[in-house]
Design a protein around this ligand. Structure first.
Ligand SMILES: [Zn+2]
Length: 373
């Protein structure tokens, strides 16, 4: 009997221990899981949840619901409660120093909308650099234009004063490079692509040679010295053959020109017609689209002035169907930097050429708006 009693007592102690353990260990764990679950339901990330609980900000977060910026602020350990209201209005960008930058910009007196515009239009380091800029007053005017660049901000401000154009035009022209003038401090173009942009602001290296040059058949050229990138050549042949069906005869008058060729061309015309002429009609070596192997000066077989030919009329309406655009249209010198050239076509591929044709847009404008990000 005594033994049984003792056993009973032992069981009782064990039971008590289990109950105690449950209270001490499992209830807090369960409670934590319950809190975590509430945050998970709000879609907060794991990293953010543990910080939110650690900093005892559950009630704050429950009040505001989910915010990507708040989530990242917690999960990166950068959360500061005094900026909470601002976090809710800020666009989050995956920059290394996003929160340091944003906190500083807010301290400088920028509104949440302005801060969002600043961080979405520049890289992490550009934003950091911008922090040493004195407080800018017209952020919205320029940076609400979606292809604006933070790094060009001062150039927009200066150009706007000088030229008094509207903001979108200012951003467009500055991004092209017009505030700097032709050949000044150009962007060096190092890699070839079918959408390569070469103009008086974007220069090719002296030794740049396009990768896929082929000789143009004499049946389609004025002489046997013409070369083109294969993709442009194939498109030209297709186009010339279609034109031929309508008794129109397109010939390659000038095509790929090396850096050295262009040096010669420039000198030749400068001596012949003077500086004013070459400034408008001939580009300096490295700045000519002919060095890409994707540009063609077209000639009509039987007419001397291309602009007066039926071939020209046909090309105006059909060139884009083969991937070509008239690169320097009338009245666009202020965007292309080149005077009207009825004969100069550039291969850009059917899709892009069709877009430019349908929207009556130059390639410079397209490039700035859509490719130069
Ligand atoms: Zn040309």
């Amino acid at each position: 009997m005594k033994k049984k009693l003792r056993l009973k007592k032992r069981y009782k102690n064990l039971l008590l221990l289990i109950i105690l353990l449950t209270i001490i260990v499992f209830i807090p764990i369960g409670y934590k899981m319950y809190l975590e679950n509430q945050l998970m339901k709000l879609k907060y990330s794991k990293g953010a949840i543990s910080e939110i609980l650690k900093q005892k900000e559950l009630d704050t977060v429950k009040k505001i619901g989910y915010s990507e910026t708040v989530d990242k602020a917690f999960s990166t350990g950068k959360f500061q409660k005094k900026y909470l209201e601002s976090y809710l209005e800020l666009t989050y960008v995956n920059h290394e120093n996003y929160f340091e930058n944003v906190h500083q910009l807010l301290d400088l007196g920028y509104s949440e909308i302005e801060v969002s515009l600043i961080v979405t239009h520049g890289s992490n380091s550009e934003v950091k650099k911008f922090l040493s800029h004195e407080k800018a007053e017209d952020i919205k005017a320029f940076l609400s234009i979606d292809f604006a660049k933070l790094e060009n901000y001062d150039r927009y401000v200066n150009y706007q004063i000088e030229e008094r154009t509207d903001e979108e035009e200012t951003v467009l022209l500055v991004n092209i490079g017009f505030d700097r003038g032709y050949y000044e401090n150009p962007n060096m173009v190092k890699t070839y692509s079918d959408t390569i942009l070469v103009n008086k602001f974007n220069q090719l290296e002296e030794d740049f040679i396009p990768p896929d040059l082929v000789s143009v058949s004499e049946d389609y050229a004025v002489d046997d010295e013409q070369k083109l990138q294969k993709i442009a050549y194939d498109a030209f042949i297709k186009m010339a053959n279609e034109a031929k069906k309508e008794d129109l005869h397109l010939l390659v008058n000038s095509s790929y020109r090396s850096f050295q060729d262009q040096v010669g061309t420039y000198q030749f015309y400068e001596e012949l017609y003077g500086t004013n002429y070459v400034n408008r009609y001939v580009t300096k070596a490295g700045f000519s689209e002919h060095q890409t192997g994707l540009a063609i000066d077209v000639k009509a077989r039987d007419v001397n002035v291309f602009a007066n030919s039926n071939e020209f009329t046909w090309m105006k309406e059909n060139a884009h169907l083969y991937g070509f655009v008239m690169r320097y249209p009338e009245d666009s010198e202020h965007i292309t930097g080149c005077a009207y050239e009825a004969w100069h076509y550039r291969y850009l591929g059917v899709e892009l050429a069709t877009y430019l044709y349908e929207n009556n847009m130059t390639y410079e404008e397209y490039y700035v708006r859509f490719l130069d990000k």
